[in-house]
Structures are given as structure tokens and as C-alpha cells.
Write a protein that binds this ligand. Structure first.
Ligand code: SF4
Ligand code: SF4
Length: 72
């Protein structure tokens, strides 16, 4: 296996994790997620692990830093 594909595999193992204490439910993350892995339900933000690719886009747009990428 090439080093490149190994790195790519590692990235895919990441999952967005929302800190409910910080999140203001502005929905910015749900809007930018390229694979629609973030759902806004009543009172909280839900990341669908089976959809999330760990791309990190939501982490960058969250105005309060409530999202981190965690290892699966
Ligand atoms: S890390 Fe990427 S795929 Fe996962 S929830 Fe955030 S924007 Fe969507
Ligand atoms: S962008 Fe941040 S504050 Fe806004 S809904 Fe998503 S996690 Fe919550």
C-alpha cells in the first residue's frame, strides 16, 4: 500500500463531533456539509457517522468552535 493511500484512509476514519454545550444551533455546519451528514433536530445537532467523511468543512465554519474531528 502506498503512503498516499494510507494517509487518505486515516482521514476517512475521522468523524465530526459536536459539543452540545458550545453549539448555538446556527445550522452553518449543516448548510456546508457536502454530504448532508449533519441533521438539525429539535434542540441539537446530529452528525450521521455513516455519512460523515471527516472532511473538516464543518469544523472551519462553526463560529463557536463547537465541532472537532475525532477518531472513529
Ligand atoms: S466533517 Fe465533513 S462530512 Fe463530516 S459532518 Fe463535517 S462537513 Fe460533513
Ligand atoms: S456551526 Fe457550530 S454552532 Fe452552528 S449549528 Fe453547527 S456546531 Fe452548532
Amino acid at each position: 500500500m502506498s503512503p498516499t493511500s494510507t494517509a487518505s484512509k486515516k482521514r476517512e476514519k475521522k468523524l465530526a463531533d459536536v459539543d452540545g454545550e458550545l453549539c448555538g444551533i446556527c445550522q452553518a455546519c449543516a448548510t456546508v456539509c457536502p454530504v448532508n451528514a449533519i441533521e438539525v433536530t429539535e434542540g441539537y445537532i446530529l452528525v450521521l457517522p455513516e455519512k460523515c467523511t471527516g472532511c473538516g468543512t464543518c469544523v472551519k465554519v462553526c463560529p463557536v468552535g463547537a465541532i472537532t474531528l475525532i477518531d472513529r
